[in-house]
Design a protein around this ligand. Structure first.
Ligand SMILES: Nc1ncnc2c1ncn2[C@@H]1O[C@H](COP(=O)(O)OP(=O)(O)OP(=O)(O)O)[C@@H](O)[C@H]1O
Ligand SMILES: [Mg+2]
Length: 297
């Protein structure tokens, strides 16, 4: 069973979670969600025995324009699959997904114009420089190369990457820098829904902070709705207006960081931290891996 827990009427927030001035929570009746996911299901057939794995299992969420919405789950819990379903890279087996009212299957082109995705391992031409990669992307997106270049320089400067670095091959850059270039590339299209799959995994603390600050800036300056997956509880608490906890493909809890922490303390007598929220609802620690070979001999 999905336990979608909206505790809008709960006791006062105890946790020092970032409380934005904007209203957060699911869109009120009559307001079109930026992203609507209803009963999304996706199964994969894996291995020699063609075992069926339900990667996303009857997940529903309604995300409001301007929210930063976090999807938190252990390795293999289905986060990337869910992101790929929204970004039209995978087809749904059941349920539906809409971006500003456009159905991902019936209206794929409209959806593609509204979204962009940055995956944890962004694909680049590694022998080419960031400039060349961004120019290529701009051409693919049908953008004017000159203004795309100016925009990219500006975005990267805000991420702490100077213009000098932009002409060297990408393979000579650290992973952190490559990730920043990937975010800059995604922003070239001015997406209204930005899907960030583990945007800060593998980054050093400084780069992580740069990217996190940048994500907030993007939300505020680009009128963007951001969905991000993460393993990092501090990041989820800092950035996310609401968080969905995913376990084995199912959503097991949803709420603001403050609501979730209040809930574990009040209902389970646990310490009000996101770590205890995670442990309580998933029975796992974030370091646990799904055993993909179980039952597969
Ligand atoms: N293309 C695929 N073919 C077969 N199985 C897949 C495929 N993609 C994902 N899976 C399986 O679906 C499940 C969910 O995987 P997914 O990558 O969505 O998890 P995740 O939460 O993003 O994990 P991580 O934190 O490691 O990135 C896993 O059991 C995975 O093995
Ligand atoms: Mg993933």
């Amino acid at each position: 069973m999905i336990q979608v827990m909206n505790e809008s009427k709960t006791t006062p927030m105890r946790a020092p979670a970032r409380q934005p001035l904007r209203r957060v929570g699911p869109p009120p009746p009559g307001e079109q969600p930026a992203l609507l996911i209803e009963h999304a299901t996706k199964r994969f057939v894996v291995g020699r025995k063609r075992k069926s794995v339900v990667a996303v299992n009857d997940v529903s969420m309604s995300i409001r324009r301007g929210e930063i919405y976090g999807i938190l789950g252990a390795n293999g819990s289905g986060k990337s699959t869910l992101i790929r379903l929204v970004s039209t890279l995978l087809t749904l087996e059941g349920g539906r997904v809409e971006v500003f009212g456009h159905d991902v299957e019936r209206d794929e082109m409209a959806v593609k114009q509204l979204i962009n995705r940055v995956s944890v391992d962004a694909a680049f031409f590694k022998k080419l420089s960031p400039h060349e990669n961004l120019a290529y992307a701009a051409r693919l997106y049908g953008l004017d190369a000159r203004s795309a270049r100016a925009e990219a320089i500006q975005i990267l400067a805000r991420l702490g990457i100077g213009e000098k670095r932009l002409s060297r091959p990408l393979e000579q850059m650290s992973r952190g820098m490559q990730q920043k270039v990937a975010i800059a590339r995604a922003l070239l299209t001015s997406p209204t829904v930005l899907l960030l799959d583990e945007p800060t995994t593998g980054l050093d603390p400084r780069s992580k902070l740069d990217v996190q600050t940048f994500i907030e800036e993007v939300r505020d300056t680009h009128d963007a709705t951001i969905v991000l997956t993460t393993h990092d509880l501090a990041e989820a608490e800092r950035l996310c207006d609401r968080i969905a906890l995913i376990n084995d493909g199912r959503m097991v809890a949803e709420g603001t960081p403050g609501e979730l922490m209040t809930m574990v303390e009040r209902d389970y007598g646990k310490e009000p931290t996101l770590e205890s929220v995670f442990m309580t609802f998933t029975g796992k620690s974030l370091d646990d891996d799904v055993d993909e070979d179980k039952d597969d001999d």
